[in-house]
Design a protein around this ligand. Structure first.
Ligand code: PSU
Ligand code: MN
Length: 330
């Protein structure tokens, strides 16, 4: 494992801002040699989150999917960088033993958003990074693209509970492009889009005018902008970095057509799961994992199947965009 060469990498990515690491920070973060080498020679790298492994899917599917997603990223010519905190050390790029350890620990690993990072590190704990925490680490070392399944958002009744995922504020403050299948209808999609606008986040749908709703390509909301090719993604990300806007980009990729057929059935399971969560008073960071697991039970595994298909599709598009971006910046 190489230590992160933070200063150089960040300069390469974002010439307008010099990131000067405080004493010790380079000793706190470990990058795999593969990721570190790719970054220092301007190669394509795709960051991947780990909450989707620990809390998003059951073992052993979670491990199989994590490995398959890394293989897809490699197949398209980019280097995968799965992010997680193990024994208090943030790793960027996991080896196969670390990946397996994380997958087996599952929900015993702490779900780690930005707010949790310092405590997990200080207590030498194990943390699976959510979208917000993965963006933090990707940005620190200069990885401009990050692939996941779905991001968090404004929860239904969020106007009363104030349960708004820190993924949205992170997108407002961190210049990383997140490739996802949009936002699940367990959330309030129109309010999520409003909040992303407030945060100054560029939201672009891929090959569609509609903002996708994870299990289905249709949310009823129009996407603020549209892009159609990996090169479009690359130009968007490049412009965002060159202008030093400091905010992130959400690239929303609809679930592939042949996997979206089960969408309606999954939608009714979502309604039931939301009702149950309310009755059992499941709230806060426990809510998303509860809903995901319950919807999977209610659909007899169909939602997990669709989830896996869309993550793989996102990985392919994210990797193609990373390769196009590396070419553009060469
Ligand atoms: N949405 C999904 N699958 C997931 C998550 C969200 O469809 O696994 C995870 C991601 O890690 C995301 C986090 O960043 O849940 C958001 O959690 P919360 O709503 O507590 O902010
Ligand atoms: Mn929350």
């Amino acid at each position: 494992m190489a230590l992160a060469r933070l200063t150089n990498l960040n300069n390469h990515l974002n010439p307008a801002k010099t990131f000067v690491p405080k004493d010790g920070i380079t000793g706190l973060i470990r990058m795999s040699n593969e990721v570190s080498e790719a970054l220092s020679c301007g190669g394509a790298v795709v960051a991947l989150e780990s909450t989707i492994i620990s809390h998003g899917m059951p073992y052993p599917e979670n491990l199989e999917v994590a490995k398959a997603v890394e293989a897809i990223v490699r197949h398209h010519g980019a280097v995968p960088a799965t992010v997680a905190i193990l024994d208090g050390i943030p790793f960027i790029g996991l080896d196969s033993q670390q990946l397996e350890r994380l997958a087996k620990l599952g929900p015993k690993v702490r779900k780690t958003a930005r707010r949790d990072i310092a405590h997990v590190v200080a207590t030498r704990g194990n943390g699976a990074t959510t979208v917000s925490a993965t963006m933090v680490f990707a940005s620190m070392v200069g990885i401009p693209i990050f692939v996941t399944g779905g991001i968090g958002g404004v929860h239904r009744h969020g106007e009363n509970t104030m349960d708004v995922s820190s993924d949205l504020t992170e997108l407002g403050r961190t210049p990383v492009a997140v490739v996802s299948a949009g936002v699940k209808s367990i959330l309030d999609i129109p309010r999520t889009l409003e909040y992303l606008e407030t945060q100054g986040v560029c939201v672009a749908a891929y090959k569609t005018d509609e903002f996708p709703a994870f299990f289905t390509p249709i949310s009823g909301c129009k996407a603020p902008c549209r892009i159609d090719t990996p090169e479009d993604c690359a130009r968007l990300i490049d412009g965002n970095l060159k202008l030093n806007l400091q905010s992130g980009i959400l690239i929303a990729v609809p679930i592939p057509q042949k996997h979206s057929a089960s969408g309606n059935m999954i939608e009714s399971a979502i309604q039931q799961a939301i009702q149950e969560a309310r009755e059992r008073r499941v709230t806060g960071s426990a809510e998303t994992p509860f809903l995901l697991a319950r919807v999977n039970e209610l659909t007899g595994g169909a939602s997990l199947f669709a989830n896996i298909a869309l993550v793989k599709n996102n990985a392919a598009i994210g990797a193609q965009a990373a390769v196009a971006l590396a070419k553009l910046r060469r």
